[in-house]
Design a protein around this ligand. Sequence first.
Ligand code: HEC
Length: 226
Amino acid sequence: MTPFPTRLAALLLFAGALVASCSSQKSTTPPPAAATPPAAPTVKMWGEMKPVVSVKELMQYMIDPASDYIFDSVKTLIRPDGKVVEVMPKTDADWEKLRIGAVTMAEGVYLLKIQRPFAPAGDVNNSVGPDATELSPTEIMAKVEKDPVEWNARIEALRNVGLEVLDIVKRKDTKELWDASENLDVACEECHSHYWYPKEDAQFYRGLDARLKALPPPARGQSISR
Ligand code: HEC
């Protein structure tokens, strides 16, 4: 059996290590060599960052167009003659376009970490009236401020897809591009359904379905275009 003083010393050492790891900024002694590399240090800023547009506009004019470089790079098209063609990046120019999308996505999404209004002044989203499906910018802001950690996690999720695509571009791996495009879709959608239109839940779609079924059938001679 280990003599008591040794066990106490070990315990104190352990507690000391805990304190050191919790207050690493104040500690003057260097931390013990870790088996895994330490987390990347916080990025140094050379200056202040100030927002120009609202979240809504950042989406419309930067995140959404950048995502199209990725979404459009891989798809199946049905030609007028019925032939199905698969679109994939082939030339260097195609891969460069994808890289533009990936870099803009991975870097640009961090602009969501700068506090900014969610919509331009006076724009309340589709948040008014019985059929409103969206939260107002004020409601979205309250949600984010209540749990900024979650907001950041969703930003990181999108950034990770940007990094994934960058890696795919490096290896020119067309097979993984389908997965990446799917992951991108999920990263956008999960953030939107949580913050922007959480009212569009299963019950909302059941109601919509019921209302569509209750509509009168189209009058004779009227065609439904699809
Ligand atoms: C971290 C959360 C988050 C992620 C990730 C995110 N969005 Fe958004 N997006 C929002 C919020 C919040 C709004 C609604 C802002 C508002 O209208 O108040 C929005 C709005 C939008 C809009 C509406 C703009 C308009 O003019 O009405 C588009 C388009 C959009 N996002 C596209 C995307 C795409 C594409 C992606 C993925 C590539 C994406 N977003 C990822 C949070 C996010």
